[in-house]
Ligand binder design. Structure first.
Ligand SMILES: [Zn+2]
Length: 241
């Protein structure tokens, strides 16, 4: 007699649970108030598990396929996306989600406890990088200081960007943390330029390099203050894209 056994790989939609969301979808759903922040992180870190579903956009975070839309909309999700591409998947992403629960609901001590619960030192460094990004975005000086004091991670160009957006008069505490950290020793303040504009600039450079520029176009508009080489800046630490 043949017995029907449910497939362990049954699509989540068949079980009545919400379908997994990709990075930008999760970010937008959170923005619209359709999912909570906990659910947002659950969708993001599901990408770091063996059981996580794959999406069409996942590979956009690879080095040669920068997902400009995600980077512009949500640098933290972009950071997690890049990490998910290169880390070894885990069985359970709950400890990852717990770090951000601790950030939201606790103080520095709770965040440190959640970081200490992570199993690998390189995961701890990555989460400090992520937390530094979020703390900077939210102008949360205590957590930013905790992360920058511990160090061990590079400051990506989008961190640099967010730092350049910060108004010292409006957020003096966060600015003080930045000024006293190694960050400002490596990265002097620059004018902030939208990512989409940078994508257009990079595309133009690529067209120029491949000899595809059209006649009559402004070829040497070099008054851009940003430098695409910012992607190579990482101080003593490697930047992983
Ligand atoms: Zn995805």
């Amino acid at each position: 007699m043949h017995i029907l056994v449910p497939s362990p790989n049954k699509p989540s939609t068949d079980t009545g649970r919400p379908k997994s969301l990709c990075y930008l979808q999760a970010s937008e759903a959170k923005q619209r108030g359709e999912i909570t922040e906990s659910e947002y992180f659950h969708h993001l870190f599901a990408h770091c598990t063996w059981a996580g579903e794959e999406h069409e956009d996942d590979e956009k975070c690879l080095v040669n396929g920068i997902n400009w839309a995600l980077l512009d909309a949500d640098p933290l999700a972009y950071l997690i996306c890049c990490w998910a591409q290169r880390m070894d998947p885990v069985d359970d992403a709950t400890p990852f989600e717990d770090v951000f629960k601790a950030y939201r609901n606790g103080g520095v001590a709770e965040v440190e406890a959640a970081l200490n619960a992570l199993s690998k030192p390189d995961h701890v460094r990555e989460f400090r990088r992520m937390l530094a990004m979020l703390a900077l975005q939210e102008r949360r000086a205590d957590v930013l200081k905790m992360c920058s004091d511990a160090g061990g991670f590079s400051y990506d160009s989008y961190f640099q960007d967010e730092a350049n957006r910060l108004d010292p008069n409006k957020d003096p505490e966060t600015d003080k943390v930045l000024e006293e950290s190694d960050f400002r020793k490596i990265y002097p303040r620059k004018r902030w330029i939208p990512w989409e504009e940078r994508g257009a600039k990079k595309k133009k450079e690529e067209e120029r390099d491949s000899g595809e520029k059209s006649d009559g176009e402004d070829e040497d508009n070099d008054d851009w203050e940003f430098d695409i080489a910012a992607f190579d800046e990482g101080g003593e630490f490697e930047i992983n894209w």
